[in-house]
Design a binder for this molecule. Structure first.
Ligand code: DGY
Length: 381
């Protein structure tokens, strides 16, 4: 990579931290500066390949902040260890691009950025849901092409979601937040599949149902399904929020797509390979009333052939967490992880409560280290 694609901040810092993309805001730089780091960050918009990252690590590097687009496996963790590296943080909550076992074997703590993107990502899943249900992109294009000749009773008929059933696969932080927004906002019944029950979410929805009844309205209901299949059969809208691992790769395949209602809506703001995208293209061609909202793709940044020609699919370029507040917060957390490890701070215990790290008096801890236990790191908070 050309030298002019790298910028150095705090050149006199004693510790060397490599950051593979420029991050938003400047708080992250200050956090690293205060920890005595010289920061070298890449200003390219290209996805860096393993060899380029290895070259950037060089023979002396104390820590790295990397991206979800990069393959952080044994070759990179071995290179980081050989360069004296002690810390890595992904600039993302998801870390399916990271071989955590390899990092642990090399003694390197792996950070991520939970919490700060929960609502932001759920809001984008909602935006995709309604863009698909109400055909917003198709209608926008129609206007721009000057095709609107006047109001018509049948122009762009879509789906009313109020009082229908919303389904979620994976009711963790983001899935549960999406569910609450849909249930509360549109009085929808809720069905979810998750290997672990989300009792807090269930209680919340039951309390909301009681609230509706107290106001003389029909209550909503909540069902924890026995299988993904049950969610697909029952729901009018299904939003996917599982972690990507071998058990969820191509979770949505031809067979499962066929279980969904022919005019259902499918949303994915988790990871692309959760859907067999070729099967999805075929399904959408066969069922023009089936609608889809996608933030993520199987082979990002590519799309499978035919996807971009489908009117019943809304596609955006992996921007579900893209608000300034969130992306700056992610930078703060990622920098806090690397700086915290380099300063010898403990790992924060409660990864559902990382907001104190965004305030002025951040705790003396690393906000989120996913292999803290495996590495036997001390824990605080
Ligand atoms: C993440 O953090 O995992 C998201 O995909 C970024 O939007």
């Amino acid at each position: 990579m050309a030298d002019n694609e790298w910028t150095t901040f705090n050149a006199s810092g004693n510790l060397r931290v490599v950051v593979t993309k420029e991050l938003p805001g400047d708080r992250w730089l200050k956090i690293l500066e205060q920890a005595g780091c010289r920061v070298e960050y890449s200003t390219t918009t290209r996805i860096l390949q393993v060899d380029e990252i290895k070259a950037a690590i060089g023979d002396r590097c104390d820590g790295v902040i990397g991206q979800l687009t990069e393959d952080w496996g044994q070759p990179l963790f071995a290179a980081l260890k050989a360069a004296g590296g002690k810390a890595y943080s992904n600039y993302a909550v998801g870390f399916n691009n990271v071989d955590v076992d390899a990092a642990t074997q090399n003694g390197i703590p792996v950070g991520n950025t939970p919490g700060v993107l929960t609502e932001t990502t759920a809001e984008m899943a909602i935006a995709l849901t309604f863009s698909a249900a109400r055909r917003v992109v198709e209608a926008d294009e129609y206007m721009r092409r000057g095709r609107y000749e006047g109001w018509l009773p049948t122009l762009f008929l879509g789906q009313l979601l109020n009082r229908k059933t919303v389904g979620v696969v994976g009711a963790g932080r983001i899935g549960a937040t999406y569910a609450r927004m849909m249930v509360e906002g549109f009085k929808m019944n809720f069905v979810y599949y998750d290997p672990y029950p989300n009792e807090r979410l269930e209680d919340y929805i039951r309390d909301y149902a009681a609230f509706l009844e107290g106001h003389g309205e029909e209550p909503v209901n909540v069902t924890r399904a026995d299988s993904v299949e049950q969610v697909l059969r029952e729901a009018d809208v299904v939003s996917l929020h599982p972690l990507l691992d071998p058990t969820t790769h191509h979770l949505m395949n031809e067979e499962r797509l066929n279980l969904m209602k022919p005019d259902a809506i499918l949303v994915n703001a988790s990871r692309g390979p959760v859907i067999d995208e070729n099967a999805l293209v075929a399904h959408c061609r066969k069922h023009p009333d089936f609608r889809v909202g996608l933030d993520v793709f199987e082979d990002e940044p590519e799309m499978k052939p035919g996807l971009n020609e489908l009117n019943n699919v809304v596609i955006v370029p992996h921007i579900a967490s893209a608000t300034s507040w969130t992306r700056e917060g992610m930078a703060t957390l990622a920098a806090g992880n690397v700086a915290g490890v380099l300063r010898g701070l403990p790992a924060w215990a409660d990864q559902d409560d990382i907001l104190p790290f965004l305030g002025d008096d951040a705790p003396d801890a690393c906000p989120s280290i996913v292999n803290a236990e495996e590495l036997g790191l001390p824990v605080a908070g």
